[in-house]
Design a protein around this ligand. Structure first.
Ligand code: ATP
Length: 419
């Protein structure tokens, strides 16, 4: 469809990068990057006019996104006439890119952009395996364009940069190299590895936001643990910040935070502070075992969200108190844990799985925190207690009595209240 509309406009059009790489590796991919030798925004807008959906664009970069989630059913049935296809066979959006070259005015700067050919467009990419293009328009349909040796590297399983200043232009590519290497079971090619050693100190200059984004792409991998280990081995983590390391002892809790089913009885929220819970748990598991000062440094370096920083601080204060809680009455434990965010408690549970502390944290999260007296402010007011600090004291005394097994029924609670 796109090929046809591009062909009518005499525009060479290609699907490039991850999609082609994954196709040749026989891995499913929904990541359609379409490069147009010409005006990609105009092509996307023409498709929008004819077929619907919605286009958003960036004129500075010559890029457009065609959102097709709502028109997928009609595209499949009416336009493509694929009656038996599944909606999920089509992605929710397609990216259109005008072939462009990028110049870096100084290392780590954001690039200056200029229109160009497909060959130069592919040259601005990170690794050879991401430079393959499949042409779509007219009689060229299905032609594989391999200007930079991507096919051979895909066959050999090598991650190779396109030129010796690649990591200097964009140091985050070092993290991407490790991510692809571990995802595909490839090897970073020797010269690329050497360039990485030479360039790794530049990571110090990269903004926390960009680094966090790349680290989160790693955490989102199917198995992020080998990539974290490899980042450590290549000294890339400490190049980001001297306090940042990966300790394989964290493999189990990190796996539990990111992949294993979460304990359903805890009723953890799906997001925390607007961010996915598993990602937040991953940071907690990673940084809570560190001394408070180091974890605060890392939170600042990676510009972690405010609630996560607070959570790390509260967690660091709690850790030294945990062993002492083992011999305490439930009300003492609840008094200490109330106010600690549940994701922090869960992360500490994962980090202490083999000790009795886990049991205490789990009982708190699944039982004790839900125990409250029947009495509330209204009851007290009706009894003639004047509103004020006494309310809190009384309600807490009643809750503590329930928690510590001193009362077991609303009747017993009422009797205690009347005393
Ligand atoms: P994934 O399968 O993880 O989505 P991808 O290869 O599709 O991997 P994206 O991050 O979606 O990666 O990027 C799309 C394309 O843009 C990549 O194929 C890559 O060539 C290029 N690219 C992305 N980030 C960079 C970068 N920092 N430097 C150079 N090229 C990049």
């Amino acid at each position: 469809l796109i090929a046809d509309r591009a062909h009518r406009r005499r525009l060479p059009v290609y699907v490039v990068g991850g999609f082609v790489r994954d196709l040749l590796l026989n891995r499913p991919s929904q990541d359609f990057d379409i490069v147009v030798e010409g005006d990609a925004i105009a092509l996307a807008r023409a498709l929008e006019r004819e077929l619907g959906g919605r286009v958003t664009s960036h004129s500075r970069f010559g890029t457009a996104k065609w959102h097709i989630a709502e028109i997928r059913a009609s595209l499949l049935k009416n336009t493509l006439r694929l009656d038996n296809a599944d909606l999920s066979d089509l992605p929710e959006y397609l990216d259109f890119i005008s072939a462009r070259t990028e110049f870096y005015d100084y290392p780590t700067a954001l690039p200056t952009v200029e229109r160009s050919s497909i060959k130069l467009d592919l040259h601005r990419r990170d690794f050879t395996i991401n430079t393959l293009a499949l042409r779509l328009d007219g009689r060229h349909y299905g032609d594989l364009y391999d200007y930079w040796g991507g096919y051979a590297d895909l066959q050999r399983g090598l991650i190779r940069v396109l030129h010796s200043l690649s990591f200097v232009d964009d140091p985050t590519r070092m993290l991407r190299a490790v991510r692809f290497e571990q995802r595909f079971g490839f090897q970073i090619e020797d010269r690329t590895l050497q360039l990485m050693h030479e360039a790794r100190d530049l990571l110090r200059q990269v903004s926390g936001d960009r680094l966090r984004h790349e680290l989160e792409l790693i955490l989102a991998e199917e198995d992020p643990l080998p990539a974290l280990q490899r980042l450590e081995e290549l000294q890339l983590l400490e190049s980001i910040h001297p306090d940042l390391h990966w300790n394989p002892q964290l493999n189990d809790p990190m796996h539990a935070a990111l992949k294993a089913p979460l304990e359903s009885a805890w009723n953890l929220p799906e997001t925390w502070g607007g961010a996915p819970i598993r990602r937040m748990l991953a940071y907690l598991v990673w940084f809570l075992p560190l001394p408070a000062e180091k974890s605060a440094n890392l939170a600042q370096r990676l510009r972690l969200p405010h609630h996560l920083r607070e959570g790390l601080k509260i967690g660091a204060e709690l850790i030294p108190d945990l062993p002492g809680l083992l011999d305490c009455a439930p009300s003492r434990i609840v008094a200490r844990l109330d106010g600690v965010p549940l994701p922090v408690i869960y992360a500490l549970f994962l980090l202490n799985r083999t000790s009795e502390i886990a049991e205490v944290l789990s009982t708190y999260a699944t039982r004790w925190r839900h125990i409250h007296p029947v009495t509330d402010g209204h009851t007290l007011r009706a009894m003639g207690v004047s509103p004020g600090p006494a309310y809190r004291r009384i309600l807490w005394a009643l809750r503590a009595a329930w928690l510590d097994g001193e009362i077991h029924s609303p009747e017993e609670e009422r009797r205690l209240l009347e005393q």
